[in-house]
Write a protein that binds this ligand. Structure first.
Ligand code: AHR
Length: 331
């Protein structure tokens, strides 16, 4: 067996010192996974908004399945649509020294303190589905999710096209998502910007239905009582639109005919309503974020650079397109 000469032995010792030093430096860096252990496994703490809609259920399933497929240990918390529950869950994950924290913020504002705590603990944060309005972008690694302003704009542009020959006022009622949530703020903005192209299009009432069927039904009942002429309903998600269908039918009106209905999401029940002619148009918002999220977690833990914004690819559906897409719709 060949033995190493003295200079080779010295070089080998130097190389292993540099390697160990390099690994230690990586472990201390706040760009890599922040947990203290480095056993090659990744633990993710995930705080979900709640279970308010079909979209949310599909999103939760996507995240859980993707974590299992990626071999990532997932700690999951349902915040029941309360910001204080999310802050509590994130603090627990920091204490538990998870490798990555991911969450879908219930509302846009008020995250700086807890995000700073995660950063100080060296735990990277990934935002998924919804973003925050923090000015300090170093508080999170990336934001994976939809462009909600674009979704609202696509809904508005479709309506502008449909009503381009309208000679009189077109009365629109709007069911907003949860107050302060990014998709509620942004979809409202995008829709308003688009319909400004036609002064005949007027939002005569706009109120939150909290992204739920029950909320959509209840608020639509009020809209119908207070407004004798409603031409269009713009609902910020399918579930509120589906709840509103019940109120519209109970009021003796035909959804999709007497009242044009535009929603966002494209979950199966919404797509069925669209295929049946009860809805007229849906702008898609994809909940299938799990696989991309797990991929990002692995990269972030490995200290790799990731883009600061990753936008989900989405489309829109008319009734005919919904009929075609429904048989293969996964959620
Ligand atoms: O943040 C995504 C939105 O939240 C979906 O459009 C809605 O259905 C959900 O509750």
């Amino acid at each position: 067996m060949r033995t190493q000469s003295a200079p080779w032995r010295a070089a080998a010792v130097l190389a292993s010192v540099l390697l160990v030093g390099g690994v230690a430096a990586c472990g201390n860096s706040d760009t890599g996974g922040g947990g203290t252990k480095d056993d090659g496994k990744i633990t993710m703490g995930f705080s979900q908004v709640g279970a308010e809609s079909g979209w949310r259920t599909a999103n939760t399933i996507s995240i859980k399945e993707a974590a299992t497929a990626a071999g990532i240990e997932l700690k999951f918390d349902d915040a029941q649509q309360k910001q204080e529950n999310q802050i509590k869950a994130i603090r627990n994950y920091i204490q538990q020294k998870v490798d990555v924290i991911a969450f879908s913020p219930v509302v846009e504002s008020g995250w700086d303190t807890v995000l700073k705590e995660a950063k100080d603990a060296g735990i990277p944060v990934i935002l998924t589905d919804r973003s925050v309005d923090s000015a300090d972008k170093s508080l999170y690694k990336t934001f994976l999710g939809s462009d909600f302003v674009k979704e609202g704009r696509l809904a508005g542009e479709w309506l502008v096209e449909q009503k381009k020959t309208a000679s009189g006022p077109v009365n629109i009622v709007e069911l907003q998502g949860s107050t302060g949530a990014a998709p509620a703020n942004d979809r409202k903005k995008g829709f308003a910007e688009a319909i400004a192209a036609n002064p005949n299009l007027k939002v005569i009432a706009s109120q939150t239905g909290d992204f739920t069927r029950a909320g959509g039904k209840q608020v639509m009942e009020q809209f119908l009582k207070a407004n004798p002429k409603i031409d269009v309903l713009f609902a910020h998600n399918d579930d509120m639109g589906l709840g509103a269908l019940e109120a519209i039918t109970a009021a003796g009106k035909v959804p999709g005919k007497d009242i044009t209905i535009i929603t966002i999401d494209a979950v199966k029940d919404g797509m069925q309503a669209l295929a049946d002619g009860k809805f007229n148009f849906i702008a898609e918002c994809s909940p299938l974020l799990g696989p991309q999220l797990m991929d990002l977690a692995k990269k972030v833990k490995a200290g790799q650079e990731v883009p600061t914004r990753i936008e989900t690819e989405e489309t829109t559906f008319t009734s005919e397109q919904a009929k075609e897409a429904l048989p293969n719709r996964k959620y």
